[in-house]
Design a protein around this ligand. Sequence first.
Ligand SMILES: [Zn+2]
Length: 315
Amino acid sequence: MGGLGIVACLALVPQAIGQKSPQGPPSTANAFAFHFDKAKAWDHLLKQCAVGPRNPGSKGYESTKSYLLDEMKKHCDNAHLQPFTYTWSVTGKPVAMANIVGDQNWKDAKTRILLLAHWDTRPSSDMDSSDANLKLPILGANDGASGVAVLLELMRVTKARLSKDVGVMYLLTDGEDLGPELSEMFLGAREFARKMPTPRPDYGILIDMIGDKNLKVPMEPNSMRYAGTLVKEFYLNAARNGLRETFPMVYGPVIEDDHMPLNEAGLPTMDLIDFDYKHWHTQQDTVDKCSAESLGKIGLALESWVLKDPAFKIM
Ligand SMILES: [Zn+2]
């Protein structure tokens, strides 16, 4: 994840939003067979981390790009790289990067959903408590690999299961975490926003830092500001599917992330993020801080949204 905006205090969302929604597991009366396999998502997290840091130019970068594009090709109707370069202030040299994009049932759909996560990792550990670590790239088990892992498994699930009215585009952004300053972050999301596909998505859902073992994903205020109806409906849907504890209807901190360039380009996009993670941008953002259970909860929330109740429309 990129930047933290002004840190907002936790505040209760007005009662009208947090209306009663059933707690506990989904009711069997309205049984819906979930297909999202948390073990498969977890494998995708491990596989990314096994190659080490994945910042542009790193050893793990090229092999990860190939692996992610191959997965996209397996599960999407169309898959391609969206390459771009950026002259980085840190080196004064151009950095080659690429978004990875795939879509399912895009052309003929009536509702088009963009799902995104960043696949690059931070080239520095600028929040590390040890000075010796500040310049080392992070592993990004949570900040990077977790969101990608969920989307890779979700694309397997949604393939051939989408209603004919729903199209999904999967976007793995690069250059989200280049930095060090906010002005040099969200580079892939900016590139995508500049070259918005036709037909355009109706709205976007970003997932970032959702692998934390102790997962809570509060409502993010910038998302509320730009995509408030989407946020409320998504959280209510999650609650109906037994995920109210994971998606508490309270505000979390204000976050600067890949959703902002999209929102600024007129595409309402929410960020699902658990920023309460003390290993953020440190050498400690490793696999042992994450869990398959957390990936599974995000997967179920997304699968139930996209497959079970896809009627939501941005007005
Ligand atoms: Zn980050």
